[in-house]
Design a protein. Structure first.
Length: 231
């Protein structure tokens, strides 16, 4: 499993202290506040050695970016691979885009996933915060849709309803709606009458849902250290 470390870079800072320079990847993302996990990384851009950064010693690198504000870089040691097919997973992925393995959305329910639209709706209503965001990102792919349809109980229209349930719960709990993926969840959040109501659950109730989440062996999230306290 990969290990990550996020480091905040101050405006104009070029020399950055790092644990070591033997990392397998370094990425830039423009978040202006520290992310709680990989799910909150809005934009991840690979930084190339020689062009975007270069080592200055065993524990320092020089970066070429010159943002007017602070930003974060993400170091990665090792890689995450799909438990089913062995493909290298993208940053933060819990669902293999190649085979649909590794992270099985809904697997925290036990050995079987929800089988009907109603089952999915009931399951999604148990989620909030990071677990909800993670499952929504993982589900929002054509591979996941094909897998559900192949199981024989759902059609493409049903999968769209499942994604709409994700959007409604994201909005109801005040959880960020992820962009990208097979379905445009951001547009769905703006056009669906229920989702447009915005947060309908209190912060304490949403926090309680998030805290009650019990991941399975493959559902838990990679988290990474934050180098600085962001004010």
């Amino acid at each position: 499993m990969a290990r990550y470390k996020a480091i905040q870079v101050a405006p104009g800072q070029r020399v950055v202290d790092v644990p070591d320079t033997k990392f397998d990847g370094i990425y830039y993302f423009g978040a202006r506040k520290p992310p709680a996990s990989l799910r909150e990384v809005d934009r991840v851009v690979a930084m190339h050695r020689g062009h975007d950064w270069k080592p200055l010693g065993a524990r320092q690198i020089r970066v070429s970016y010159s943002d007017p504000g602070s930003y974060w870089i993400l170091l990665r040691w090792g890689v995450d691979k799909c438990l089913s097919c062995g493909e290298t997973l993208p940053i933060g992925a819990r669902f293999c885009p190649a085979c649909g393995g590794s992270e099985r959305v809904g697997s925290s329910m036990g050995s079987t996933r929800p089988q009907t639209v109603a089952d999915w709706g009931a399951y999604i209503k148990t989620l909030a915060g990071e677990p909800l965001y993670s499952q929504a990102v993982a589900a929002n792919s054509q591979t996941f849709a094909r897998e559900l349809i192949a199981e024989g109980t759902l059609k493409m229209g049903d999968v769209e309803q499942i994604m709409k349930s994700f959007v409604r719960q994201l909005r109801a709990t005040g959880t960020k709606v992820p962009g990208g993926g097979a379905w445009d969840l951001l547009t769905m959040a703006q056009t669906d009458p229920v989702a447009r109501k915005g947060p309908t659950m209190g912060v304490q109730d949403a926090d309680a849902l998030e805290s009650a989440y019990e991941p399975s062996g493959t559902d838990d999230f990679d988290t990474f250290e934050l180098e600085a306290v962001f004010e």
